[in-house]
Design a protein around this ligand. Sequence first.
Ligand code: NAI
Length: 258
Amino acid sequence: MQLNGKTALVTGGGRGIGQGIAMALAKAGADVAVADLDIEIAEETAAKVEALGRRSIALQVDVSSSESVHMLIQAVQEYFGQLDIAVNNAGIISIHSVEELSAQEWDRVMAVNAKGTFLCTQAELEVMRPRRYGRIVNVSSIAGKVGFPNLSHYSASKFAVIGFTNAVAKEVASDGVTVNALCPGVVGTGMWRGEDGLAGRWREEGETEQASWERHQKTLLPQGEAQTPEDMGQLVVYLACAEHVTGQAIAVDGGFSL
Ligand code: NAI
């Protein structure tokens, strides 16, 4: 699978899954714009992409802001002159029971995960549709396929990403643009690891964060081990190459959602 001559954009590309996707696209031959709320980590990923011999640019974006997203797409267009592949990966999570969940926290998570996906897709289509070519991958989650306790707002936002992806895929199918969703299972990024990650927050009494991480892998995952950012990158490269796969929500979850 070769992406030489293609230009990609990855939001939330500064670390974790987004960085894995940026690297996979670069290894397949694409030039990659790395966008993140945190410009410093975006610059780190961009440097790694350049070390592979590809062109890269780091750009700051807040995907929940329409103005910021439009400036991002404009900057990508100015730098690369085209946009072939867009991976809308930026996302946030928090843990709250539905009774304790505030309306503000609901809005905050929906603004990044659901509205952010909409704003990015809309702006990307503006440059892709006239060229009659584009590959959009929206990062949902297995929490977008099944609900998880204490993550109702996060699950709602990720279900929204899948419904949106499915509808838009049909809307633009005759314009040479495919739109798919990637549903990661459990990946040991900042979202899971550390005191503030899910492994840190979902500890049993006296359990270390590392022990909690190992327990979650064993109990949640049929394969017994977490997926990696590289696994996610492989599927994105496939979707970037595939011409007739659209509107799908594909889990890379080691059988978690079976
Ligand atoms: P992460 O927390 O390691 O990375 C997320 C990145 O998004 C960070 O670099 C952060 O700065 C950036 N970001 C956050 N808000 C932003 C905003 N408003 N605008 C632009 N960038 C923003 O998380 P991870 O694990 O790499 O997650 C990536 C995506 O994968 C997210 O959409 C997440 O919901 C999804 N996912 C992750 C899973 C996991 O097990 N780690 C499982 C299922 C889905």
